[in-house]
Design a protein around this ligand. Structure first.
Ligand code: DP6
Length: 420
C-alpha cells in the first residue's frame, strides 16, 4: 500500500520526564534557534511522578496536523512545534510494517499529517516545567514513529528548538546543556553527566505553592532580562562557567555540600537577575521566601547543608535532600509550618507517599503534634493553605517508548484521542 493511500493509522507512544535546573538557563543569544547565553545543568525527575506521555499518529486520512493536550484541542500553529516537526521530518527514514502492509518512503513522511495527543501526570498549571517534558516527549516519540536514527544529542538539539529546557529532558539522571558556539546551533546540545543510579539517595520534595498571580512566561521574562539586566551579562560570562565546572565535580564526587551550595546560589542569582530586569520580575512570593529562610536556618544550625533549594519561573520550591532521613526531617518541618488546609493528608503529599511513614506522620493528629523546628525564632506562626500540596520524588530515567498499544492516547481506528 502506498504511503499516501488507505485508511491505516500508524502510531507511537512515549513517556518523557520533566527536569529541574540546578544551574539555570536564563537568556538567549538567538531567539529563533533557542541558543542560550550560558551552559546549564539539571536533574531529571522520576517519570512516575512528573512526566508527559504522548501518542503521535500519522494516516493518509488525516486532512491536517492536530494536537490535544490533556484532552483539549490546542493550536499547532506556534513556530516552535512546527520547527520540531520540520526537523524530525527532515531526518525521517524509510519504514515498513509488513504485518499491517504499510510502507512509507522517507520522502513521503512530509505528505502525511500528524495527530498528537499528550497528557501530563501532574497539573500543567502548577508551573513545573510541563513544556520541557511535553516538547521533549513530542520530539522523542515523533522520532520513533518516523524511524529517525537514535542520536540523542541530535534529538536534544531538536527538542531545544521547541523549548530550551526541553533538550535536557532527553536524558535521565544529571544532564548538561552545552551552550555551543556555532551560529547554526548544531553544537548546542544536551549530554548526560551521570545516570539516575549514580547518586540515588537524593530525595526531591516539591512544594507546589498556591499562587493567584499571573506569572511572566520564561520566554518573555528572559527576553526582557537579556535586553535590560547588566547582571545577566556578568552572570553568563563570569559566574556560570566556573559554577558549571564546580557542579560537574560535585556531581561526580557525590559531594552534597558543594552541590547544595551551588544549587542555592544559582537559584538566588537567577532570581536576582529577574529583579535586575526592567521592569523587575517577581517569580517567588512570601511562601517561597519562607521556605528559603527555613532551609537556610536549618542548614546553618547543622553547620553543613542538609537540603538544597531551587526555584524556576514561579513560586514553587524544589528541595533536594541528601538522603531519606534528611528528607523525612525536612517534611516534618514543612508540615509544621504549612499544614494542609483541610484534613486530607493523603492528597496533600503525592508521589512517593512512603516518606510520610519515615517522618512518623500518619494522620492529621500527627501533623498537629509535630514539634516546632528549634532553629526558627518564631516557631508558633503557621501558614495553613499557603502550600497547595507536596510532591515527593527522586531522580529518574530518560524517555522511553510505551509499546503496549492499550496505553496509547489515540484510538488506532479513528485516529482521534480516546474518549473524543
Ligand atoms: C527558569 O525552557 O521554559 O526554568 O526556551 O523560552 O521555552 P524557552 O524557556 P524555558 O525556560 C526555562 C527557564 C528556567 C530555568 C531552566 O530550566 O534552566
Amino acid at each position: 500500500m502506498a504511503a499516501t493511500e488507505g485508511q491505516w493509522v500508524l502510531m507511537a507512544t512515549g513517556r518523557t520526564p520533566t527536569n529541574i535546573a540546578v544551574i539555570k538557563y536564563w537568556g538567549k543569544r538567538d531567539e529563533a534557534l533557542i541558543l542560550p547565553v550560558n551552559d546549564s545543568i539539571s536533574v531529571t525527575l522520576d517519570p512516575d511522578h512528573l512526566s508527559a506521555t504522548t501518542t503521535v499518529a500519522v494516516s493518509p486520512s488525516f486532512p491536517s496536523d492536530r494536537m490535544w493536550l490533556n484532552g483539549k484541542e490546542i493550536s499547532l500553529l506556534g513556530g516552535r512545534f512546527q520547527s520540531c516537526l520540520r526537523e524530525i521530518r527532515k531526518r525521517a527514514r524509510d519504514f515498513e510494517d509488513e504485518e499491517k502492509g504499510i510502507k512509507i518512503k522517507k520522502e513521503d513522511w512530509g505528505k502525511l499529517h500528524v495527530h498528537i495527543a499528550s497528557y501530563n501526570n501532574f497539573p500543567t498549571a502548577a508551573g513545573l516545567a510541563s513544556s520541557a517534558a511535553g516538547l521533549a516527549c513530542f520530539v522523542f516519540t515523533l522520532g520513533k514513529l518516523m524511524n529517525v536514527k537514535e542520536d540523542y544529542g541530535e534529538l536534544s538539539s531538536i527538542a531545544r528548538q521547541g523549548s530550551g529546557s526541553a533538550c535536557r529532558s532527553i536524558y535521565g539522571g544529571f544532564v548538561k546543556w552545552c551552550m555551543g558556539e556555532k551560529d547554526d546551533g548544531s553544537d548546542s546540545i544536551a549530554m548526560q553527566l551521570a545516570d539516575e543510579t549514580h547518586w540515588n539517595d537524593l530525595v526531591i520534595i516539591i512544594a507546589v505553592v498556591s499562587s493567584k498571580q499571573k506569572e511572566t512566561s520564561s520566554t518573555s521574562g528572559m527576553r526582557d532580562s537579556v535586553e535590560t539586566s547588566p547582571l545577566l551579562q556578568y552572570r553568563a560570562q563570569t559566574v556560570v562557567p566556573g559554577r558549571v565546572l564546580k557542579m560537574q565535580e560535585a556531581i561526580k564526587n557525590r559531594d552534597f555540600e558543594s552541590f547544595a551550595k551551588l544549587t542555592c546560589a544559582d537559584s538566588n542569582q537567577f532570581h536576582a537577575v529577574c529583579l535586575d530586569t526592567s521592569p523587575p520580575i517577581f517569580y517567588m512570593n512570601d511562601t517561597s521566601h519562607r521556605i528559603i529562610s527555613l532551609v537556610e536556618k536549618w542548614n546553618h544550625s547543622e553547620g553543613t547543608p542538609q537540603v538544597a533549594y531551587t526555584f524556576d519561573a514561579g513560586p514553587n520550591a524544589v528541595l533536594i535532600a541528601q538522603n531519606r532521613k534528611t528528607a523525612a526531617h525536612l517534611l516534618q518541618k514543612l508540615l509544621y509550618y504549612f499544614p494542609p488546609q483541610d484534613k486530607d493528608l493523603s492528597s496533600y503529599l503525592v508521589g512517593d507517599k512512603s516518606i510520610l511513614g519515615d517522618a512518623g506522620v500518619h494522620s492529621m493528629e500527627d501533623v498537629e503534634a509535630l514539634p516546632a523546628p528549634p532553629e526558627m525564632k518564631v516557631p508558633d506562626q503557621k501558614f495553613k493553605g499557603d502550600v497547595s500540596y507536596f510532591i515527593c520524588s527522586r531522580l529518574g530515567a530518560g524517555p522511553k517508548v510505551i509499546a503496549d498499544e492499550s496505553q496509547a492516547l489515540i484510538d488506532s481506528v479513528t485516529g482521534l484521542p480516546k474518549g473524543v
